[in-house]
Write a protein of this length. Structure first.
Length: 400
């Protein structure tokens, strides 16, 4: 496949319910997260000198490397899902279960012993394991082949039973689900399938904390995004953010572009086929964008994307590497952002669209110009420090 493939999707004209990712739900999610002592709003970095250099009004990057001290955004979803599970089990609403109460002995006694199971390349599993550890509960984490040892060790530090298996991500999801069913555990997975949709919905809702923070800060500065670039694995985060902005900016919807690695581009394939079916990528997925190496689209998220996300990009790993170097070596007075492979790809794509003459047609199709206000989410920091240094320090080109 070519290094850069863009497809435009004819948006679904039917009514699609996106109330489950509206601002009221986002308020509930951010209220829950604000109850955590580790909470602070993550930086929204405006790259003014870069924007001036490439000829747009504004480029903004939400830096999730500061989230709860876990170097990635994923804990937002895992914690909100676990909180909702506990609240539901105890006949409560999540608004009645702030962090301090959730981790109390009273709740632990009522809940009993629970094992939370999940599959992950690292960030989601760490968030689930961290939340379980805070609760004094157990977690069982399945990681696909090729997962970074540093990510495995960070999960184990949260008292999790975690290992790397000789399976791809989607196979590890099935292993985790089997384990949960056979061991009376609770599956906490950031994707959905028929019969498993409630917990993934809560995870998506948790991700809206990140979107709400970004939107409100932009509004405070007198800006609203015209273009949002969202990386996708199964598509839970991109669906949540797309749905949130479709609700709060329904009269002036930004242009949403979904970005995936060529090796794991299930949403791109689904959009390109546009035949009413979800298209799966099978086999080994070895992009450096480990967090995006997912082959099966999230069932509850795709209708949101089909309704509101117009463009889908399938790109080579070089765009992720370029984004890592770009954010880590800023122009002028711009703030440095340490962004990992999955976090940096959208920034790399944006810069190339605005500077690479061979992508002029794609730039024009997306409507990027001097009036554009661009928003990207750096969803992880250097969660694999060795890999980060190979690319940024040593100049490794993952496409060669």
């Amino acid at each position: 496949m070519d290094k850069f493939n863009l497809v435009e999707l004819e948006l679904n004209k039917d009514e699609v319910n996106i109330d489950f990712v509206n601002d009221e739900v986002a308020k509930k999610a951010i209220g829950f997260h604000k109850s955590f002592p580790q909470y602070s709003k993550t930086p929204l970095v405006e790259l003014k000198d870069l924007a001036k250099e490439v000829g747009v009004k504004s480029i903004n990057v939400k830096d999730e490397s500061y989230r709860f001290g876990l170097n990635a955004f994923k804990v937002l979803g895992g914690s909100f899902a676990i909180g909702n599970y506990i609240a539901q089990k105890l006949g409560m609403d999540i608004s009645e279960l702030p962090y301090e109460k959730m981790i109390s002995e009273e709740i632990k006694e009522k809940l009993g012993d629970v094992t939370f199971a999940t599959a992950t390349d690292g960030n989601h599993g760490r968030g689930v394991a961290w939340t379980a550890n805070q609760l004094g509960q157990k977690s069982k984490v399945f990681m696909p082949k090729g997962s970074a040892k540093e990510r495995l060790e960070n999960i184990r530090k949260e008292n999790a039973d975690a290992d790397i298996y000789e399976y791809n991500y989607d196979e590890c999801v099935r292993l985790a689900d089997k384990y949960a069913k056979e061991n009376n555990g609770i599956m906490v997975q950031d994707t959905s399938w028929d019969g498993y949709e409630e917990i993934p919905t809560w995870i998506m809702q948790g991700y809206m904390t990140m979107a709400k923070e970004a939107y409100e800060e932009l509004k405070e500065k007198g800006q609203e995004p015209t273009h949002i670039f969202l990386q996708a694995g199964v598509g839970s985060m991109s669906s949540a953010v797309t749905g949130y902005f479709a609700n709060v900016m329904k009269d002036n919807m930004p242009v949403i572009t979904i970005v995936e690695p060529n090796q794991a581009n299930c949403l791109f394939r689904t959009a390109k086929a546009d035949d009413g079916k979800l298209h799966i990528v099978e086999g080994d997925m070895d992009s450096i964008m480990a967090g995006l190496n997912c082959g099966e689209p999230v069932t509850i998220g795709w209708p949101v994307l089909k309704k509101h996300a117009k463009f889908y990009l399938s790109v080579d790993d070089l765009y992720a590497a370029h984004g890592m170097r770009l954010l880590g070596n800023p122009l002028g007075n711009d703030t440095k952002v340490i962004s990992g492979e999955s976090g940096a790809v959208t920034a790399g794509v944006v810069h190339k669209l605005l500077t690479d003459e061979s992508l002029k047609a794609e730039k024009e199709k997306l409507g990027l110009n001097e009036n554009s206000v661009v928003l990207c989410f750096s969803t992880e920091g250097d969660t694999d420090k060795e890999g980060y240094r190979r690319i940024v320090w040593d100049g490794q080109n993952p496409s060669l």
